[in-house]
Design a protein around this ligand. Structure first.
Ligand SMILES: *Cc1c(COP(=O)(O)O)cnc(C)c1O
Length: 229
């Protein structure tokens, strides 16, 4: 199948799951995850309508950006180190993976200098996996308090990467737990909980059914990644 056909299939599937949870297709933002994918194939997705791209490496994203149309919204979905903040501060629409106070402080410092702001999601390690980044839900309240004074760093929601499972039903409970956290925070003064970013190729339907309004899909659009190139 072509990238165009894959994208259409994913979009139709998103619409179905959105309907199951009483929402419209437009209520769910699809991020096409283009990590390891070359510019030519990314352009195929662009021509088929993809406008939001997700990358997990700063260097890779910076290399691709100048070669692609300017109306693309770039999403940083991978770990961000403090010394790389300066490269992405004015180049991304949304950072999905904020989970470090020192990174947030560095953002604040640079954003003040440029007199601008940056939208971020807080990454939660919802299943408490040792190999994954993100805050535990226990760490979240203190983190929110610590970053509250950083007025240039705009928190817009939460993100998670669920554990790998052959059957996505196995991780439904984690998505439901994220939704619970998201709803709880939505009532808090000074916090705008707009995006709940969860769901990848193997589990985005379940994630949407449980309330995700942003999904990050790579393989189902571009095919399997080749990490050797
Ligand atoms: C690679 C990646 C995705 C996309 O994964 P697929 O299974 O290829 O859809 C989503 N989120 C993050 C954080 C990723 O690193």
């Amino acid at each position: 199948m072509s990238i165009r056909e894959n994208l259409q299939k994913v979009e139709e599937s998103i619409a179905k799951s959105a309907a199951v949870s009483g929402r419209k297709a437009e209520d769910v933002t699809l991020i096409a995850v283009s990590k390891t994918i070359d510019v030519e194939r990314i352009l195929e997705a662009y021509e088929a309508g993809a406008r939001q791209l997700g990358e997990n490496r700063v260097q890779e994203m910076m290399g691709k950006q100048p070669q692609l149309p300017p109306d693309i919204g770039w999403h940083l979905i991978g770990q961000l180190q403090k010394n790389k903040v300066k490269y992405i501060i004015d180049k991304v629409k949304l950072v999905h993976s904020l989970c470090s106070l020192s990174v947030a402080q560095e953002m604040q410092r640079l954003l003040e200098k440029r007199d601008t702001t940056l939208d971020c999601l807080i990454e939660i390690n919802i299943a408490g996996e040792e190999t994954k980044s993100g805050l535990s839900k226990q760490e979240l309240p203190a983190f929110l308090e610590q970053i509250a004074p950083l007025d240039r760093v705009h928190i817009k929601g939460l993100m998670t990467v669920a554990p790998f499972a052959e059957n996505p039903e196995e991780v439904r409970k984690y998505f439901a737990e994220m939704r619970g956290l998201f709803d709880k925070l939505s009532g808090r003064a000074g916090l705008e909980m707009k995006y709940l970013s969860m769901g990848m190729s193997g589990d985005y339907n379940v994630a949407i059914e449980e309330g995700a309004n942003m999904v990050r899909v790579g393989t189902a659009i571009f095919g399997h990644r080749n990490y050797t190139i």
